[in-house]
Design a protein. Structure first.
Length: 203
């Protein structure tokens, strides 16, 4: 009986951890669904060829159109201004939001960046668009994403990919310079997003 009680207690302690680690669900993507990859140079594919960017690789993996709406050098404030028109034009079912890297490089106040990301997610959600957030690591030796990415994902109940870019940028064979992946690195990022899409139920 004592062993049984210990086992039950252990299971009860593990349940909250399991709940915390579960990927938030997304609606299944229709066969003709459009996916919008939105961000800066990391989305654009700086450091690799056009067909080697993560949206281009992901398009082949998911069998659906993936629009590459990345602009190198863009700050999140400008991205926020740009997003509504692209959402209206492309009418995506899913937004892959990877923004804030240039804010980090220019040392923009983190609360400003976080506010811009929140507003982008809010705008997308209001238009019926699901969102996946991709966190960007700090441009230092830690390569740790700022905490606000995880906080925003939890706040909005949206799936987040937070491990791929730190892992890529921490390995010389996967990057073209200190802040951009190379073709192999973008392949890793696309694979990670693809895995998250499957875990969330979108695929």
């Amino acid at each position: 009986m004592r062993l049984l009680r210990h086992l039950i207690t252990a299971l009860l302690l593990l349940l909250p951890l399991a709940a915390c680690s579960k990927t938030p669900p997304l609606p299944p993507l229709a066969a003709d669904a459009v996916i919008l990859a939105f961000g800066d140079s990391l989305t654009y594919g700086t450091g690799a060829g056009e067909s080697e960017s993560y949206p281009a690789v992901l398009e082949k993996l998911v069998g659906r159109r993936v629009v590459n709406a990345g602009i190198p050098g863009e700050l999140s404030e400008t991205g926020l201004q740009r997003l509504p028109e692209i959402l209206d034009r492309e009418k995506p079912a899913l937004l892959l939001l990877c923004h804030g890297g240039n804010d980090l490089l220019q040392k923009t106040n983190q609360s400003v960046t976080a506010g811009n990301l929140r507003e982008m997610i809010r705008i997308a959600r209001e238009k019926g668009v699901s969102v996946i957030l991709l966190s960007v690591p700090m441009p230092d030796l830690s390569l740790a994403p700022p905490e606000y990415y995880a906080e925003i994902a939890k706040e909005y109940g949206t799936p987040i990919e937070s491990k791929a870019l730190p892992r890529i940028l921490g390995k010389n064979s996967l990057k073209s310079d200190y802040i951009h992946p190379n073709a192999a690195g973008y392949r890793v990022l696309a694979d990670s997003v693809y895995d998250l899409l499957k875990k969330s139920g979108a695929l």
